[in-house]
Design a binder for this molecule. Sequence first.
Ligand code: GAR
Length: 198
Amino acid sequence: MKNIVILISGRGSNMQAIVEAELGDARVAAVIANRPDAAGLAWAAERGIATVALDHKAYADRLAFDRALMAAIDDFAPDLVVLAGFMRILTAEFTAHYRDRLLNIHPSLLPSFPGLDTHRRAIEAGCKLAGCTVHFVTAELDHGPIVAQAAVPVLDQDDPASLAARVLKEEHRIYPAAVRDVLAGRLRIDGLRVVASA
Ligand code: GAR
C-alpha cells in the first residue's frame, strides 16, 4: 500500500476529492496544514485520517519551518506528497528532498499566470480560456514538469469568483487522476516533460 501525504492551508476541497477518489493501491496517510484553523483538517480527522497542524508562524524562518514540515511528513513514509491549496513558498532544500514525488495543483494554465490572483489576471488579460495545471514541484515557483491540465472557457460576464468555481470543478477531476497515474507508475519525467511510461 502506497502512502500519500496531503498538505493544505484552508478549505481542502482538492484534498477531499483525492480522499474520495479510487486510488488503487494507495491511501491518504495524513493531512498536514500550516494553519491550525484550516477547515480541511477537521474534515479529514472526522474520516479517521491522521492530521497534523504545524503553524508556520511558530518558526524563526522559512527553512526552520520546512525542516519541521519534512520531519512531520516523513513520519508517514510518503510515496507521494501532494500540495492541495498549500499557500507557502517552499525552500530548495524541501523541493530537493521530495524530488519527483511532490505534486502541486495551480489554478491557471501554466506557464501562464504563476503566482497569486490567477483568475483576475486571466480575465484582465482578455483570455478566452483559463484552467488548472497539475505539475511536479521544483525549486522554481509554479514551474516544474506538467502532469495534467484542463481548460475552461472564460465567459464575458465572469468575475474571479465565477471563473474560480468553473476551474475548481476541473481541479477536482484532474488532480485525483494525476495522483493515481503517478503512483501507478504510468508516467515518467523526461526533462521538462512528463510522458507515458514505456
Ligand atoms: C485551489 O484552487 C488551488 O488550485 C489553489 O488554491 C485553491 C485551494 O482550494 N492553489 C494555489 O493557488 C496554489 N498557489 P482547496 O483548499 O479547496 O483545494
